[in-house]
Write a protein that binds this ligand. Sequence first.
Ligand code: CP
Length: 312
Amino acid sequence: MPPACASGSLLQLRGMDRDELVALLSEARDAREPEPVHATHGPVALCFFEPSTRTRLSFEVAAQRLGLAVIALGDASSTSKGETIVDTCRTIEQMGIACLILRARPSGMAQVVARSLSCPVVNAGDGRHEHPTQGLIDCLAIAEGLGRDGFDLSGVRVLIVGDIVNSRVARSSAAGLATLGARVVCAGPPHLCPDALAAALGVEVARDFEAQLALADAVVMLRVQRERHGSSDEGSWGAAGGPDAYRLAWGLTRERMDLLQDHAVILHPGPVNRGVEIDPEVADAPRSLILRQVALGVQVRSAVLRRAVAPS
Ligand code: CP
């Protein structure tokens, strides 16, 4: 964590050392019924400037389980009157909060805010940069699903498929999984999974989707994030062709699921576009961990909140 940020902040998984990552994952694994935090703390502030279902509500449940009050910025915040995100967060900090959870559209905004505040800041997704708690969820779900109790993922091959270029989840998950020893392979069409990006993330790139499915121990499917494709083609599919063409080329269909090894697990961070990147019967298959990821989200966020408000 950059020295300018308060202790207990969590901005990204890239650069987190293995011992710290394993300690956080171990605490999350053991946080099914977390002990309340005993010291007196101000509320946890949820500042979401982009839509969210899973992340926002699981942070709220996690805070409640720890006995922490929650305040949440609604859609009608004063940013609509021109206030900057940093000024809004600095304003909320003056109300005596214990920590601030931030989701924002600009990449890197979590670090900008963290450097402007004295309290811990947790990145709940900033643009195309990172979504570290989702990365922790994916590491935990894969370790659990494959029976790797000590979080040693050596020899495990994880295939991440789809819109890598726009995915903060892919960046966080790839960083965390690689730190645990997994081999991370990204697959997708060149405009969504360019060779150069994969090199920057330290992963392999593959285009032979079906051959890669047969080799994978875990497959992470990603939504095509059309809202991040830029104003010129916002809402359009651009080179992806359209939902049917995308499904034919890169969707995890029922037929493609049959190519997987018996032990292989399927993940998706959500929200899922059924019938596009993943077929409904695949999303609901016994080997799908999609709902397990949601449940683990509460445990991960409990561990992250405890670390933020009551660092050991
Ligand atoms: N995975 C994820 O971040 O989902 P939400 O956008 O619903 O929080």
